[in-house]
Design a protein around this ligand. Structure first.
Ligand code: SAH
Ligand code: SF4
Ligand code: F3S
Length: 460
C-alpha cells in the first residue's frame, strides 16, 4: 500500500482562474450514501476551495455541480440518475456549467458507459480515488474543452493531508480505514471501494487532536469494518488499542464508531468500551439476518448464536449499553423459516434502532447469480412484520427512559418552534425548549415524555 500526501496544484488553479476571470467560480457538491461518502464530500469541498472555488447550496448559482454518489442499492443509483437528469435544462441555459459525477457509482464500468452514452451533458466522471487529483482533472477538462470521463480503476493508496471543509463545527467524521475485504455476497462496497487499507495511527491521532483542539464534541470513527483496523500496518495495533490511544487525549468530547462487523468484534473491544468514559455506550452491530443458513449464504462468517453471545457479553460488561443493527429482508432464497429466525433474533436482542433494507440485486456480486423466487409483495409484507416487531420494542424502550436526567449534545433546531434537538449517548433524540444558541453544546435534560421513537424533555 502506498501513502500519498496532497499538495496544492498551482498549475491547475491557474487554469481554473483563467476560465473564470471575472469572479471566483462557485461549486455545488452533494453527497449521497454513507458517512464515509459524506466525509469524502467534505474533502471535495476542501480541495475545490484550495484551487479557488467558492461554495454554494443553490444549483442555479453553481458553475460546477458535483454529485458524489452511492451504489449500495438500486434505489440509491436511481436517485442519482434522477438528479443528474434534472440538470439537463440548467446546462442548456448555461452551457459553461460543468456537471460531474463521482464516488461509488462512478467506480462501476457499466455506469460510466451509461453516463458516456445517455448523459452527454455530464462533463466530468471519476471514482472514489480521484479527490486529490480533482484540480488536475478539472484543468484537463478546461484545457481540452471536452468531457473528461475516467475509466474506473483501483489505487491501493491512502491520501493524507487533503484539505477539508467540514459541515459541522461540533460533530466530525474521522475515517480510520478505507475499503473492505469481507465480500459479503450481496454487497457492492468491496468492488467500488477497493481493498482494506488502514491509516497510520499517528495520522489518525494528529487529526483527532486537531478536532479536539478545535472544540469538536463528537468524533465518529469510520470504516466499513473498524474491528479489523490495523491489519497490514507495520506496527502491531488493533481497533481497541487505537481507541485507547485516542481516549488518552485530554478534552471534553465523545467518540462513536461505525461499522463494527460482528465476526471481528472482540471481547477486548467490549472491555475497552466499558473502561473508557469518552466512548458512547452504544454499539452499531449489523446482524443482517437471524438465520444461520442465510448468514452462510451471505458470507458473514458468524452464527446467530455467536452474535447473541457477543450481545450478552456486552450487556454484562457495559451497564446500560444499547445496540442498533442493519437487517436485509428478502435475500435470495429467504424462506418463511429464515425470516422467522430474523424476527426471533430482533425480538430477543431488542435494538434501539433498526435500519432495514429490502435486498437489492447488485450486478457483479455473487448473490446476483442466486435464485430469488420470493415475490416482491411477500418481501414487502415481511418488511412490515419486521417493522411492527421493532416498533413494539423500541417504543417501550424509549418510554422506559422517561423520568431520567441525561446529558445530550445539542445538534439542531427542533421541529416545534422554540425547541432544540439533542442526542443521547444511545443515539436517541430528545426535543426540548431551549435557545438555539445551545446548538453544539452539552445540556442536561430531564426526559418528560416519549413520542414514538423520540423523547421530549426540559432543561434540567
Ligand atoms: N460495512 C457495513 C455496511 C455497509 S452497507 C457492515 O458490514 O455492516 C450498509 C448496509 O446496507 C448493510 O449493513 C446492509 O444491511 C445494507 N446493504 C448492503 N448491500 C445491500 C444490498 N445489496 N441490498 C440491500 N441492502 C444492502
Ligand atoms: Fe459490504 Fe460486508 Fe464489507 Fe459491510 S462488511 S461493506 S456489508 S462487504
Ligand atoms: Fe454507498 Fe459507497 Fe457508502 S456504495 S454506502 S457511498 S461506501
Amino acid at each position: 500500500m502506498e501513502k500519498l500526501t496532497y499538495t496544492h496544484d498551482a498549475a491547475a488553479a491557474a487554469v481554473i482562474a483563467s476560465v473564470y476571470p471575472d469572479a471566483p467560480p462557485m461549486a455545488y457538491v452533494h453527497s449521497f450514501g454513507c458517512q464515509q461518502n459524506v466525509n469524502d464530500g467534505e474533502k471535495i469541498r476542501g480541495v475545490l476551495q484550495d484551487v479557488g472555488f467558492g461554495l454554494t447550496d443553490t444549483l442555479e448559482q453553481a458553475d460546477l455541480i458535483l454529485f458524489n454518489t452511492c451504489a449500495v442499492r438500486e434505489h440509491a443509483e436511481q436517485r442519482v440518475f434522477g438528479n443528474v437528469g434534472a440538470l439537463k435544462q440548467l446546462k442548456e441555459k448555461n452551457p459553461k456549467l460543468v456537471i460531474g459525477v463521482c464516488g461509488c457509482m462512478a467506480q462501476q464500468p457499466h455506469i460510466v458507459e451509461k453516463l458516456r452514452r445517455s448523459y452527454p451533458y455530464v462533463d466530468l466522471v471519476f471514482g472514489v480515488d480521484g479527490i486529490d487529483r480533482l484540480p488536475a482533472m478539472l484543468a484537463e477538462r478546461f484545457r481540452r474543452g471536452k468531457r473528461y470521463l475516467e475509466e474506473p480503476r483501483a489505487r491501493n493508496a491512502v491520501v493524507e493531508d487533503l484539505p477539508i471543509r467540514r459541515d459541522s463545527g461540533f460533530r466530525a467524521w474521522l475515517p480510520i480505514m478505507y475499503g473492505c475485504d469481507n465480500f459479503c455476497t450481496y454487497c457492492i462496497v468491496p468492488y467500488v471501494r477497493g481493498r482494506e487499507r488502514s491509516r497510520e495511527p499517528a495520522d489518525i491521532l494528529a487529526e483527532f487532536r486537531g478536532l479536539v483542539a478545535a472544540g469538536y464534541k463528537e468524533i465518529t470513527l469510520l470504516g466499513q469494518n473498524v474491528n479489523s483496523y490495523g491489519k497490514g500496518l507495520a506496527a502491531p495495533i488493533d481497533f481497541a488499542d487505537l481507541l485507547n490511544l485516542l481516549c488518552a487525549v485530554p478534552g471534553d468530547y465523545q467518540i462513536r464508531f461505525m461499522t463494527s462487523h460482528p465476526k471481528d468484534a472482540s471481547r477486548k473491544l467490549i472491555d475497552t468500551i466499558a473502561a473508557q468514559a469518552h466512548l458512547c455506550k452504544h454499539i452499531h452491530l449489523p446482524v443482517q439476518s437471524g438465520s444461520d443458513r442465510l448468514l452462510k449464504q451471505m458470507n458473514r462468517r458468524y452464527t446467530a448464536a455467536q452474535y447473541r453471545e457477543l450481545i450478552d457479553y456486552a450487556r454484562a460488561k457495559i451497564p446500560g449499553v444499547t445496540f442498533s443493527s442493519d437487517i436485509i429482508v428478502g435475500f435470495p432464497g429467504e424462506t418463511e423459516e429464515d425470516f422467522q429466525a430474523t424476527l426471533d433474533l430482533v425480538e430477543s436482542v431488542g435494538y434501539m434502532q433498526l435500519f432495514t433494507f429490502i435486498y437489492s440485486k447488485r450486478e457483479g456480486t455473487p448473490a446476483a447469480k442466486m435464485d430469488d423466487p420470493t415475490p416482491r409483495a411477500e418481501k414487502t409484507a415481511r418488511m412490515e412484520r419486521l417493522l411492527a416487531v421493532q416498533e413494539k420494542y423500541s417504543h417501550a424502550a424509549v418510554a422506559a427512559l422517561v423520568g431520567q436526567t441525561v446529558r445530550v449534545l445539542v445538534e439542531a433546531a427542533g421541529r416545534t418552534p422554540g425547541t432544540v434537538n439533542g442526542r443521547l449517548d444511545n443515539n436517541l433524540v430528545v426535543e426540548f425548549p431551549a435557545d438555539e444558541s445551545l446548538i453544539g453544546q452539552w445540556a442536561q435534560v430531564k426526559l418528560t415524555a416519549a413520542r414514538a421513537a423520540m423523547l421530549v424533555g426540559t432543561l434540567a
